[in-house]
Design a protein around this ligand. Structure first.
Ligand code: ADP
Length: 464
């Protein structure tokens, strides 16, 4: 059975791990899909904005016009390539701030989420004339150049589109008193780049519902599994306890029944009938076994009571005389030469309000155990303190109880797992019942024990 449960636990853990991997995989896939959808949706919106915004167009025109003018000077060889780029950068610098502000305005107007940055990156600038192609700027050789827009960190940069600005520009210059007309063809390649600063947060927000739900379902499955296995273990323990109980009670009943059957056949014997002494002895045996059977049945019947079902009839009791009587009666029932009982009384409050019948039963259970679970010479220390509460501690020098076993000691049918379980008869009900009695008195019953050294039961009752 234990093996089966272990297998079940292992299978459940493996199942859970597999489930987590699948769940993780699905969440990751959803994340990627959402990310792609979000990025392409934003790209589309940004492109639309780039195509239809008049204010952005006019700002673009400013730098383009200036750039064409510079190119005329370049053609006339009055400026170098580096200067062309420097002048372009200078113009961009002067209009970049208004461009960025206008861009954000347009984003707002078009309900495109904030946190989007955009810039146009120059890839190549080529001048074409009838004789040759003249590359002014090529991103492969020169550091990248940005035309209008925000700086975007590399990890957030997403390419949106590539643009080509083609222009044919004619200019007239005076050279040596004559007007010389010159035409230039320009090819200006740029790449639109977008950066979404908080895209992870946006996607996370979109997925929060899904994440919460899957976390909830996952926790639910774990909890369900945990409680099912716990329940299974409890059921298994109960089944074991029940089997033990049936075995124990059968064992306990067998001896008196066998004796009774033997005694009855003895009584049938005509010789015994004529021998009054033997007859009397056999009748006494029958009476004793009968009492034993009655006690056993009472124990099972009474001990099924929980503290709520115990009906107390409390009375004011003189503590010292009451406890001495209980101890004296107890000593009468045991082979007193093997038992040493030390009594210590420290009484401030003389009386206590208790149910004598039940408290006697609880005390006798503990005292009988002290003898049952010890080797030959039992020493019992019976200490009583009575002030704001009545505290009775009963210590023995017996076999003791391991810490592990102490945890379940007051449970119904529980018997500690040790050698004594086989050698000493019992039903595992005495301490359960004592605990219920003390609880019904709103008191506490605790245990302190060390294996092979002894055990102390401490019983505390409120003084009412
Ligand atoms: P029973 O004695 O019929 O088994 P109890 O409920 O009285 O049932 O005790 C439960 C278990 O607690 C016992 O089986 C025994 O293992 C352990 N126990 C009780 N009292 C003592 C004691 N004084 N010393 C050692 N073990 C004890």
């Amino acid at each position: 059975m234990k093996k089966k449960i272990n297998l079940l636990i292992l299978a459940s853990i493996l199942g859970l791990i597999a489930l987590s991997i699948i769940q993780g995989y699905l969440i990751n896939n959803t994340y990627k899909l959402k990310k792609d959808a979000f990025i392409s949706e934003t790209k589309r919106s940004v492109l639309r904005l780039d195509d239809f915004s008049a204010p952005l167009d006019s700002l673009n025109n400013i730098w383009q016009d200036k750039f064409l003018e510079t190119l005329v000077d370049y053609k006339a060889k009055t400026v170098t390539k580096t200067e062309v780029i420097n002048r372009l950068q200078h113009v961009i610098h002067t209009i970049n701030e208004p461009f960025k502000q206008e861009y954000q305005n347009e984003l707002r107007k078009n309900n495109i989420p904030h946190g989007i940055k955009f810039h146009n990156k120059v890839r190549t600038i080529v001048l074409i004339d009838s004789l040759k192609n003249d590359t002014i700027f090529n991103f492969n050789k020169t550091p990248r150049l940005i035309v209008l827009g925000d700086a975007i960190s590399k990890e957030n940069a997403l390419s949106v589109n590539t643009n080509l600005w083609q222009s044919e520009h004619t200019s007239v210059r005076e050279v040596d008193g004559e007007n010389v007309k010159s035409t230039l063809y320009l090819m200006f390649y740029t790449e639109g780049v977008m950066g979404i600063d908080n895209w992870k947060t946006v996607i996370f927000k979109q997925m929060i519902g899904l994440l919460t739900l899957s976390l909830f379902i996952f926790s639910f499955v774990i909890a369900l599994l945990y409680f099912s296995i716990k329940n299974l273990i409890t059921q298994k323990n109960i089944a074991e306890v029940k089997t033990d109980f049936v075995n124990n009670i059968t064992h306990e009943l067998k001896t008196p029944l066998a004796t009774l059957s033997l005694a009855t056949s003895i009584l049938k014997n005509p010789k015994v009938k004529q021998d009054p002494q033997r007859f009397e002895a056999t009748i006494n045996t029958i009476e004793r076994q009968n009492k034993r059977l009655q006690k056993l049945i009472d124990q099972v019947l009474n001990n099924s009571l929980g503290y709520k079902e115990i009906q107390l009839h409390k009375e004011s009791v003189h503590i010292e005389s009451y406890l001495h009587t209980v101890l004296d009666d107890f000593l009468l029932t045991v082979a007193s030469e093997n038992v040493k009982l030390n009594r210590h009384f420290s009484i401030t409050t003389k009386t206590s309000n208790i149910d004598k019948f039940y408290i006697t039963t609880a005390l006798l259970n503990i005292l009988e155990n002290a003898i049952k679970y010890s080797d030959k010479n039992t020493v019992i220390d019976f200490k009583v303190e009575s002030n704001t509460q009545l505290k009775i501690s009963i210590s023995d020098n017996g076999i003791g109880i391991s810490e592990q076993n102490q945890k379940q000691l007051f449970e119904k049918f529980y018997r500690a797992e040790n050698q004594a379980i086989h050698d000493i008869k019992g039903l595992g009900l005495g301490l359960f019942y004592s605990y219920q009695i003390i609880k019904a008195h709103q008191g506490t019953l605790t245990v302190k024990s060390k294996e092979s050294q002894g055990t102390s039961f401490i019983l505390s009752l409120p003084q009412q």
